[in-house]
Design a protein around this ligand. Structure first.
Ligand SMILES: O=C(O)CCC(=O)C(=O)O
Ligand SMILES: [Fe+2]
Length: 369
């Protein structure tokens, strides 16, 4: 079938073109279509309407300056514990916050976003070379579209490239796409210090004994994703990414200036995380909600595509490696007087998470006692 013969009104043709032939949503958008194909239309309850958002002020503080957490040598411990307290409060209240003075430079962030645009603006063949079928290392480097196209009824208006870092630069050189690997690794490496400092502040803030090597064990796997949301003719009918909570312990998200990231504020409604230049968005993932016995919130979130520009975001997902035991930290359930989550291996949780389409916070039910 030549590309000309595709009928985007037909669900099977859309799947063939976007997923199988590897054109992605980028290829679909490039055909100049003026309405989204039926396969992209989400039920009204799942669509995102900016007008439906609630006031963010009670839930979202202004960006938190974390420089005191990163300083070495003569440390102002009062300042440091003040910052830690702010992080813990934000993780409990919304599970999302923004940070500044985090040690990742403006240049590194700009390069990461630029690399995302560059990668997805290349011809289809280049992206197809990193599909799960063709990638030189399909378990660690892969490019795709939507979250789980085989499992989803309605597709997401998003293409992505995922690169899992195993702390081995030779692996990066050999397997990551050369047009974006340097930008991705520079971003990962400069975020290293703040990742450990923030996770440490959050875990120590739970008030039970925890040593540094245990904290480190929850950060053994880091993945950088490049999310690309092409301009969309009907952002109001579809979703860029559907509501979900992240699998990771912590997510460090670099978003661009377009906006469109929405977070559920408990059961009160949705709020938008506004783009703030040079800030990074941090969110608690399911793993940290489990470790904290439910104290920190792995909030549901979703993203809206823009109808005028391609939006990019570049998250770092910080997770344990699969054989790591996860469950409420020792002593926490006794302290809290209740056990919310059970003990399991991270790999078991991960398998369940990726085995399904996005299902909001329902993923966490798997880990409940
Ligand atoms: O693009 C965004 O702002 C959010 C992306 C996201 O939630 C994810 O990749 O898990
Ligand atoms: Fe997410």
């Amino acid at each position: 079938m030549g590309d000309i013969a595709f009928d985007f009104e037909k669900e099977s043709d859309v799947f063939e073109f976007v997923v199988k032939k590897g054109h992605g949503v980028k290829g679909l958008a490039d055909t100049g279509l003026t309405t989204v194909p039926p396969r992209y239309i989400h039920p009204p309850s799942e669509r995102i309407d900016r007008k439906d958002t609630i006031d963010s002020a009670p839930f979202l503080s202004s960006p938190i300056d974390i420089s005191a957490l990163l300083e070495e040598g003569d440390v102002d411990s009062e300042k440091r514990s003040e910052v830690s307290k702010k992080l813990c409060e934000a993780a409990e209240k919304l599970g999302f916050f923004q940070v500044v003075n985090h040690g990742v430079s403006h240049e590194v962030m700009e390069n990461a976003k630029r690399a995302a645009h560059f990668f997805f603006n290349q011809p289809r063949e280049r992206k197809l070379a990193y599909s799960k079928e063709n990638s030189p290392c399909p378990t660690h480097v892969f490019c795709g579209t939507s979250f789980s196209p085989q499992a989803e009824k309605s597709l997401e208006w998003k293409d992505y490239l995922s690169m899992v870092y195993i702390f081995d630069d030779e692996h990066v050189r050999k397997f990551w796409p050369e047009e974006c690997r340097d930008a991705a690794v520079a971003y990962l490496k400069s975020a290293d210090k703040m990742i450990l400092a923030m996770l440490s502040a959050l875990l120590k803030g739970l008030g039970v004994e925890i040593d540094d090597s245990t904290i480190r064990s929850y950060t053994g796997a880091r993945a950088v994703n490049m999310n690309f949301y092409p301009p969309c003719p009907n952002p109001d009918l579809t979703v860029g990414v559907g509501r979900h909570s992240d699998l990771a312990a912590l997510t460090i998200l670099l978003q661009d200036d377009i906006g469109g990231l929405f977070v559920r504020a408990q059961d009160k409604g949705w709020i938008e995380i506004p783009p703030v230049e040079d800030a990074l968005v941090i969110n608690v993932g399911d793993t940290l909600e489990i470790l904290s016995n439910g104290r920190y919130k792995s909030a549901e979130h979703r993203a809206l595509a823009s109808n005028t520009r391609a939006r990019v975001s570049v998250p770092i997902f910080v997770s344990p490696i699969p054989p790591t035991p996860v469950g409420p930290l020792p002593g926490l359930a006794e302290k809290d007087g209740k056990t919310v989550y059970r003990q399991m291996l991270f790999g078991e949780y991960m398998e369940n998470y990726f085995g399904n389409g996005h299902q909001g916070k329902a993923t966490l039910d798997f880990a409940k006692v």
